[in-house]
Design a protein around this ligand. Structure first.
Ligand SMILES: [Zn+2]
Length: 160
């Protein structure tokens, strides 16, 4: 079994709560999380909470619409592969880019979409590309709006 935080093989991995994320941790990483005792988990409130936290936010595609660079969908695999090629642990990689190990783990597991800033640091550090070029496609079927005001028009109007 693989520890979901540091990625080391360990047969003694146990479930733990790390920053609200449920992960299998090796004994070394247990200190980063709160151990979950399966037997004492109360069914009602805890289950509801974990369902809520497990709902993944939809991909924020709409926000990036119109941009010509988009995060690749398999960022986790790319990062993990590149990191292993360099012989770095998640902790070391996190240290290199100034992020916590848990952040690296969540990103590699696909639980966290890396914000642009972190993604760019990962790109530089691992010499990989996490963004793909996306062709700008005009979605408006009605064509352009020739009568729409430009910033210049607004300025002119205010001058009058
Ligand atoms: Zn570990």
């Amino acid at each position: 079994m693989q520890c979901e935080l540091c990625g080391n093989e360990s047969s003694k991995c146990r479930p733990a709560d790390v920053d609200g994320a449920r992960m299998m941790l090796c004994p070394d990483c247990m200190k980063h999380g709160r151990g979950i005792k399966e037997a004492t988990v109360t069914v009602t409130t805890n289950t509801q909470r974990s369902i809520l936290t497990r709902i993944r936010r939809p991909k924020e595609k709409d926000v990036y619409e119109g941009m010509d660079r988009e995060l690749v969908s398999n960022w986790g695999d790319l990062i993990r592969t590149a990191r292993k090629k360099k012989g770095l642990s998640r902790g070391q990689l996190g240290f290199n880019i100034g992020e916590r190990t848990i952040t690296i783990a969540k990103i590699e597991n696909g639980d966290l979409r890396p914000p642009d800033k972190i993604a760019e640091k990962l790109e530089k550090n691992l010499a990989i590309s996490l963004f793909e070029e996306v062709k700008k496609v005009s979605t408006s079927s009605g064509g352009s709006h020739p009568n729409s005001l430009t910033l210049g028009d607004f300025i002119k109007t205010e001058d009058k």
